[in-house]
Design a protein around this ligand. Structure first.
Ligand code: F6R
Length: 236
């Protein structure tokens, strides 16, 4: 595990973007596992900036996202598909048909879970997975529980997660209660992992996740077992 302290959020974003940029330069047809939330926004901005300067070419790159709210389709401005288009894909030359986010509105959500795992396998797995971390230690929407959930599955969001995500909605009541998320097995099978965490409120959970016992009560703690994990944090 490599643990890197960033000076501030801009530094964290540049460092994370550097890692992703190196991946795309070295392997232009990389499969990038991507995350939403407030933490990666600066990383995406930096990558867009380097794309505009001609430093990175995403034309052969594919992406697969971690999760989506159940009940929101891609035209809903709170959906994670909308977030990704708006914050990243619409500003670079990745082909939209090569970007994948689980559907939150499939008729059969169980079948969507199976489809998503097959999709990851058919893409040859994930080259680098970008991760944020929730205050309860979730990665993707793998919430604390009795066991690590291996495959793509449906979850009921924890109260803390709903509260944390309410800042993006008009009110807490509007936050969807359920989500579809990539499972721990797919995340752990990614060839590289890049976990980013920003802000003093993330300090305690990051320390527990990377130094504490590995337990499904802190889903991110499983990352300690990954052979190629980079953690970049700024707790200022
Ligand atoms: C989102 C996701 C979540 C977030 C986590 C941290 O795709 O996978 O696990 O990474 O909730 O969110 P922020 O970055 O908003 O603190």
């Amino acid at each position: 595990m490599r643990v890197i302290e960033a000076k501030d959020y801009a530094d964290l974003s540049r460092k994370a973007a550097n890692v992703i940029s190196a991946q795309v330069i070295l392997k232009p047809n990389s499969v990038l596992g991507l995350a939403t939330g407030s933490t990666p926004i600066g990383t995406y901005k930096q990558l867009i900036d380097w794309y505009n300067k001609g430093d990175i070419d995403f034309s052969m790159t594919k992406s697969i996202n971690l999760d989506e709210y159940v009940g929101l389709d891609g035209t809903n401005d709170q959906s994670y598909r909308y977030f990704m288009d708006n914050n990243f894909f619409d500003h670079i030359n990745i082909k939209k048909e090569n970007t994948f986010v689980p559907s939150g509105v499939a008729n059969d959500m169980e079948a969507e879970c199976v489809r998503y795992d097959k999709l990851i396998a058919d893409m040859g797995g994930i080259d680098i997975q970008l991760l944020g971390i929730g205050h309860d230690g979730h990665i993707g929407f793998n919430e604390p529980g009795a066991a690590f959930e291996k495959t793509t599955h449906l979850v009921t969001l924890d109260e803390r997660t709903i509260e944390a995500n309410a800042r993006f909605f008009a009110s807490k009541d509007e936050v969807p209660k359920r989500a579809i998320t990539m499972g721990i097995k797919s995340i752990m099978q990614a060839r590289k992992l890049l976990l980013i965490a920003n802000g003093p409120d993330k300090k305690e959970i990051v320390q527990k996740a990377i130094n504490g016992p590995v337990t499904p009560l802190i889903p991110a703690s499983i990352l300690q077992f990954h052979p190629d994990l980079t953690v970049i944090y700024c707790f200022n």
